[in-house]
Design a protein. Structure first.
Length: 304
């Protein structure tokens, strides 16, 4: 067996016990499974390798510790987008632990001290928190370190000595957030191609570049791309760039669909995701065979 140095992300849902009490075993199991798989896909789109799902948790490996930290810090936001539509009987949170070190991958699983530490950090985290070890912190560029708050040394079960731990919080202060994000963006911008997706419907035209925040499609003032139709949810879907890919995620009650240019059968999404490429159209709030369905055109452009 060979060892490799990887960054280990362990994410665990919080609030699932109360959900089982309020929603019942069947409904709660469906919701928890759905949420963990959405988190797994989010991490995979950021460059992670999903190793396994563990009831209400997910274990993921990254080669890039910066990508792991950035994706881990966004998971509560990803979960909030989903649960705003899907959960009515009990809120769920996510707590995350990240460590880096030598591991052994064998028979679809992984083993090593870094795996154990990531799991213990997740145990120690509060809902919505991402805790990282010193080995992860030491790999981060200075602008990203500005968004990390030292918790000094804490005791972790299974470790003989207390370990240094940082909490990742890009929203600690406006100044820190701005500095960290701008500095981080400057690092990843150098030498890489710029990509964007062009979206249009009626008199609305929006360009979403790969260095911009996710775009919400929906009905209401909070949507970046607003569609005034009763079949469209207030926060219907999200388009974002992750790991060089343009991703569409549906959160709605009525679903969305994507028809790529040159294809006949559309991709139907019901609280699921797909990667956008080339050009085509996106329908929201109605089935593909409904000619009254609100649609917008898209074109994914690689300027590199």
């Amino acid at each position: 067996m060979e060892q490799s140095v990887r960054t280990v992300v362990f994410a665990d849902l919080t609030g699932s016990t109360g959900l089982f009490e309020s929603a019942g075993n069947v409904a709660a199991t469906q919701i928890v499974t759905r949420c963990t798989h959405v988190l797994g896909r989010h991490l995979a789109c950021a460059g992670g390798q999903v190793v396994k799902y563990l009831g209400d948790g997910v274990l993921v490996l990254f080669d890039d510790p910066v990508a792991a930290v950035q994706a881990g810090a966004r998971m509560q936001e990803v979960l909030r987008e989903l649960t705003a539509v899907e959960l009515q009987r009990g809120p769920l949170g996510v707590k995350t632990g990240i460590d880096r070190g030598a591991i052994v991958e064998h028979d679809g699983d992984c083993y090593g001290d870094a795996v154990n530490v990531a799991a213990r950090l997740s145990d120690r985290a509060e809902a919505g928190e991402t805790l990282i070890s010193e080995s992860v912190f030491s790999c981060l560029p200075d602008p990203v370190r500005l968004a990390c708050h030292s918790l000094d040394r804490i005791t972790i079960k299974g470790k003989a000595e207390p370990v240094r731990v940082w909490r990742v919080d890009f929203s600690r202060t406006a100044e820190t957030t701005l500095t960290a994000l701008l500095g981080f963006q400057g690092l990843i911008d150098a030498g890489r191609p710029m990509r964007r997706v062009d979206l249009a419907r009626l008199d609305q035209h929006i360009e979403l570049h790969d260095d911009e925040a996710p775009l919400i499609i929906g009905r209401g003032d909070g949507a970046g791309f607003s569609i005034d139709d009763p079949r469209v949810s207030r926060r219907h879907a999200r388009i974002e760039w992750a790991a060089g890919q343009c991703l569409l995620t549906d959160f709605s009650s009525n679903g969305s669909w994507v028809r790529f240019a040159g294809t006949c059968a559309p991709v139907v999404l019901r609280r699921d995701s797909c990667t956008l490429y080339g050009e085509g159209e996106i329908g929201v709030g109605a089935t593909p065979d409904d000619f009254t369905a609100p649609t917008l055109s898209f074109r994914v452009i690689d300027e590199g």
